[in-house]
Ligand binder design. Structure first.
Ligand SMILES: Cc1cc2nc3c(=O)[nH]c(=O)nc-3n(C[C@H](O)[C@H](O)[C@H](O)COP(=O)(O)O)c2cc1C
Length: 114
């Protein structure tokens, strides 16, 4: 099953950045669904050293319209991986992020920038 299909079924939204062989991903959804997907992603042998930087409840989604928004620097490998892309359509400035989340988001995103 493609990632975006599963995400749609599980009502998971988020964003996925990829560059320099690193991913940064935000997963949003019901706690049980997010935890189950995170376990699945962690066990994916295509990558390693998975780190959770934040894990908390939220009042509303910041990427609610996206089954997995994708902001690539080099989209092709991740296109295969995620099966869902809207490379140029993602608003990197997300108004609904709190100021602390925005700092975290920018920091993590910087790891994937060229
Ligand atoms: C960086 C990264 C992000 C991923 N994100 C998702 C995701 O958001 N949703 C998803 O279903 N699978 C995602 N995957 C794929 C899962 O790890 C897993 O391979 C896939 O869900 C297994 O599905 P399948 O066995 O039906 O092919 C991601 C994998 C990687 C490496």
């Amino acid at each position: 099953m493609l990632a975006h299909q599963r995400n749609t079924e599980l009502a998971i939204t988020g964003v996925l950045f990829y560059a320099n062989e690193r991913f940064m991903q935000v997963l949003e959804g019901e706690e049980e669904a997010v935890r189950a997907l995170y376990e699945l992603i962690k066990c994916d042998s295509r990558h390693h050293s998975v780190i959770a930087y934040a894990d908390k409840s939220i009042v509303e989604r910041s990427f609610g319209e996206w089954a997995m928004a994708f902001q690539p620097s080099s989209p092709w490998q991740a296109m295969e991986l995620a099966g869902y892309l809207g490379p140029t359509d993602v608003a990197v400035e997300v108004a609904s992020l709190s100021s602390s989340d925005k700092k975290l988001f920018d920091l993590l995103r910087s790891f994937t920038l060229p």
